[in-house]
Design a protein around this ligand. Structure first.
Ligand code: GDP
Length: 323
């Protein structure tokens, strides 16, 4: 691929080049890694200008309906919206569900929107890396809002919270039982809690859920000392409450950008990302060396048999890696 043309094409927001650039970044072929790195290096100075918002919630809570509603409202106001997804399970189930265009019918045909399903490259680390890098590409192409969708299970929520500025947790009405089950960790990550499906017969339950979540949040350590996460009820399907949610997101950016908190948050994320990549690279190197791998296999057996201590084996493996 002609990298110069690709960089120019992406900066000009040419959709064909945008698609090619993301495909290159997502590629797991060994030969694609160097050009992908070079491309990202050249796009990076043009990235960073978007509001990055993560959206999580259990399957069926209404993530895609909500993103379709928010995204359409934003593009109508002149924003350009990219929707990315992190779903490491998609490689297991064989097909991505998150970021599927058919789930966001209005945004899918919107010229000011770009939707990319979750890469199915396997491990959470791999999927996270790809999504972060795709974020660089879409930001360089001038998308000023990036929505990152993830499922409300496992480690992917933490991973997404650590690549966005604002983390929004979607909830279902009927809190009573659910409040018991809600992971405390998710409340700690949330910059806003949004109870969806506050319409029809659910309306009363949704308002009760809002009160319950407010009470729960009051005794939870906030993600930021200066930001009290709002709890709101919306109906993604009817479009009610959607603009209020975005109003809070904007207020957050005003508050935190003003005193440099946003910059500090991003700087911390970059450094953590660097160390995560160091971990990945070390693991790759370990696997790439057949000598180390043989040693590791042997030591694994000896540790399992209780003949060698884990500490001694670990020292030997890392010693061999750096020899
Ligand atoms: P996701 O799996 O979290 O992406 O959820 P979807 O957006 O696919 O929505 C799951 C189901 O809930 C669909 O049948 C939607 O039509 C429905 N749904 C989504 N938002 C609302 C809402 O605000 N009110 C009602 N009543 N149903 C909704």
């Amino acid at each position: 691929m002609d990298l110069d043309a690709c960089v120019e094409g992406v900066l000009a927001a040419d959709r064909t080049w945008l698609g090619r650039a993301v495909t290159l970044v997502e590629s797991t072929r060994a030969g694609d890694r160097a050009p992908a790195t070079e491309l990202l290096h050249r796009l990076l100075p043009h990235a960073g200008g978007a509001r990055r918002v993560g959206i999580t919630g259990v399957p069926g809570v209404g993530k895609s309906t909500f993103i379709d509603a928010v995204g359409t409202s934003l593009t109508a106001q002149g924003h350009r919206v990219a929707v990315l997804a992190v779903d490491p399970s998609s490689s297991v189930s064989g097909g991505s569900i998150l970021g599927d265009k058919t789930r966001m019918p209005r945004l899918a045909v919107d010229d000011a929107a770009f939707i990319r399903p979750s890469p199915s490259s396997g491990s959470l680390g791999g999927v996270t890396r790809t999504t972060r890098e795709t974020m660089v590409v879409v930001e360089a192409a001038g998308f000023d809002v990036v929505l990152v969708e993830t499922v409300g299970v496992g480690q992917s929520e933490t991973a997404v919270a650590d690549m966005v500025d604002f983390f929004l947790v979607l909830m279902l009405p009927g809190a009573g039982d659910e409040l018991q089950g809600i992971k405390k960790g998710v409340l700690e990550l949330a910059d806003a809690l949004v109870v969806n499906k506050a319409d029809g017969a659910n309306e009363v339950a949704a308002q009760r859920a809002v009160r319950d979540y407010r009470a729960a949040l009051a005794i939870t350590a906030p993600a930021h000392p200066r930001w009290v996460p709002p709890v709101l009820a919306v109906s993604a399907i009817e479009g009610t409450g959607i603009d209020q949610v975005w109003g809070h997101v904007q207020a957050y950016f005003r508050e935190l950008a003003d005193d440099g908190e946003l910059g500090r948050r991003r700087a911390g994320q970059q450094v953590r990302w660097m160390w995560a990549m160091v971990d990945d690279l070390l693991r790759d190197r370990l696997r790439a060396s057949s000598e180390v791998q043989e040693l590791a296999d042997r030591l694994e057996q000896q540790v399992a048999d209780g003949k060698v201590t884990p500490a001694a084996a670990a020292a030997e493996i890392t010693g061999a890696l750096f020899r």
